[in-house]
Design a protein around this ligand. Structure first.
Ligand code: SF4
Ligand code: SF4
Length: 171
């Protein structure tokens, strides 16, 4: 359950801090929450939050996406919702969207605009990184500088960054 409390603390960085000062959901009708079954990867250990809170609006499922750590492969979970949630309990990936952590070839952690967001998010389509709220960028960076110090999360982020490379090739 320790990881639950780490994530719950990190969630607070985004309770009042959003990608831009205005409510971007008004621009697009909250496109990132639409779809029959919206889904977001959970970061390693984050599922403990939902074991603790047991919200009824989320469904957690394993995916085919795995990463290697400590000599074995670990399965990444996805959180599915039906387009509504308790804002104060939403997963980290929802809070940082449309930004995402990325580990480059030099092994350093960076923050980029999520290439998967370009199909749905007007901010991702029209903004450069520096156009986002500086506090939002800072908090995404703070959260992932902390998380990436955990070797298991770092291992996940490396594999996740290779997965993002498949999308980055197109932009
Ligand atoms: S899709 Fe982009 S612009 Fe729309 S609510 Fe989500 S983050 Fe904001
Ligand atoms: S959990 Fe909430 S913020 Fe995330 S996609 Fe679902 S409705 Fe949107």
């Amino acid at each position: 359950m320790k990881s639950a409390y780490v994530y719950l603390q990190l969630y607070k960085l985004f309770d009042d801090v959003t990608p831009i000062k205005a409510d971007c959901g008004l621009l697009c009708g909250s496109a990132c929450c639409k779809g029959d079954d919206a889904g977001m990867f959970l970061f390693p250990g984050e599922e403990a939050v939902y074991k603790l809170l047991e919200p009824d609006w989320i469904r957690i499922e394993p995916t085919d996406f795995t990463y290697e750590f400590n000599g074995r492969r670990h399965t990444v979970n996805i959180a599915m919702c039906s387009g509504t949630c308790d804002r104060f309990e939403r997963p980290l990936a929802c809070r940082i969207f449309p930004l995402t952590p990325y580990i480059g070839r030099d092994g350093a952690m960076d923050i980029i605009i999520d290439p998967r967001a370009r199909g749905v998010c007007r901010l991702a389509q029209g903004f450069k990184l520096e156009d986002f709220s500086p506090l939002f960028i800072k908090n995404v960076r703070r959260a992932f500088l902390l998380l990436s110090k955990n070797p298991r999360i770092y291992a996940f982020l490396k594999e996740y960054s290779s997965y993002l490379d498949e999308f980055l090739r197109f932009f």
